[in-house]
Design a protein around this ligand. Structure first.
Ligand SMILES: Nc1ncnc2c1ncn2[C@@H]1O[C@H](COP(=O)(O)OP(=O)(O)OP(=O)(O)O)[C@@H](O)[C@H]1O
Ligand SMILES: [Mg+2]
Length: 245
């Protein structure tokens, strides 16, 4: 049995999830040395880190550099966690950025995908659903399987804005989530998710679980593994509103 798979019974509680994640806190990976994050990504890009072949990692750091990590203490703390994850888990782990609109989730996710290079794929939920729906009816040369399989092939999949598509048929969408996230977990391929949905809402259990379904949620928990890789950015002000200040 896969020891990382967990089923959490209703009602969901933060402590149940914490207990599960706590089991995996003792990770063998070492924490990063204090060093410039930019320097780290530069080395990653240039293939100087063990195991990262130069031809695989040819990323672009512009997005990473363009981000202001000092806007909020949660963002500053997230930077260190993301670098830690990128260094030690980018070959198979999961990480989730959740927070309100404009907190910078998509920017960070795009920056990580760009830094990783061409084998990383960035997909937005609304665009993915539209692309899949466009294959229905037999007139398209593309198929749902081909779209999913291209995403499965990516060395890093960044799934942006989970929860934003207004689903009339949630069961159908949950089938896509399962195919994607279970597939990547089984293949031990890294996945980053951004979402407005909290992992836990004390009044309503887990909005994230309600969206993706219990089976997929369990697998996502298993792939993320460590509590710190659920990055909570709720409370970070909407950067877009700065334009009006
Ligand atoms: N700390 C930051 N430094 C520089 N630009 C930022 C920062 N935070 C957000 N932005 C910019 O603000 C805009 C909104 O950010 P982003 O799209 O990443 O938000 P989000 O958290 O994904 O929001 P949503 O939940 O609505 O998708 C983007 O243009 C992004 O580049
Ligand atoms: Mg976004």
């Amino acid at each position: 049995m896969d020891t990382k798979t967990v089923t959490i019974n209703q009602p969901k509680s933060l402590s149940a999830i914490s207990r599960y994640l706590g089991q995996n806190v003792e990770d063998k990976s070492s924490r990063p040395e204090p060093e410039s994050v930019l320097e780290y990504f530069r080395r990653l890009r240039d293939g100087e880190d063990a195991g990262n072949r130069k031809e695989v990692v040819s990323g672009n750091l512009e997005k990473w550099q363009a981000f202001d990590w000092s806007v909020h203490p949660k963002i500053t703390a997230a930077k260190r966690v993301i670098v830690d994850w990128s260094r030690n888990h980018i070959d198979g782990g999961g990480i989730i950025l959740s927070g309100d609109c404009g907190s910078g989730k998509s920017h960070i996710a795009q920056a990580v995908a760009a830094a990783r290079g061409p084998l990383a794929r960035f997909v937005n939920e609304v665009e993915l659903v539209k692309a899949i729906q466009a294959t229905y009816g037999g007139k398209s040369a593309n198929t749902e399987e081909a779209i999913i399989s291209r995403l499965q092939d990516a060395s890093l999949l960044v799934y942006d804005d989970l929860g934003t598509y207004e689903a009339n048929n949630l069961e159908w969408l949950q089938g896509i989530y399962y195919a994607l996230f279970n597939g990547r977990k089984e293949a031990r391929k890294a996945t980053m998710i951004t979402t407005n949905l909290p992992l836990i809402d004390h009044a309503n259990g887990s909005p994230l679980e309600a969206r993706v379904g219990a089976r997929t949620f369990s697998r996502i928990l298993g792939q993320v593994g460590r509590k710190e890789f659920f990055i909570d950015l709720f409370g970070v002000q909407d950067y877009r509103l700065r334009m009006f200040e």
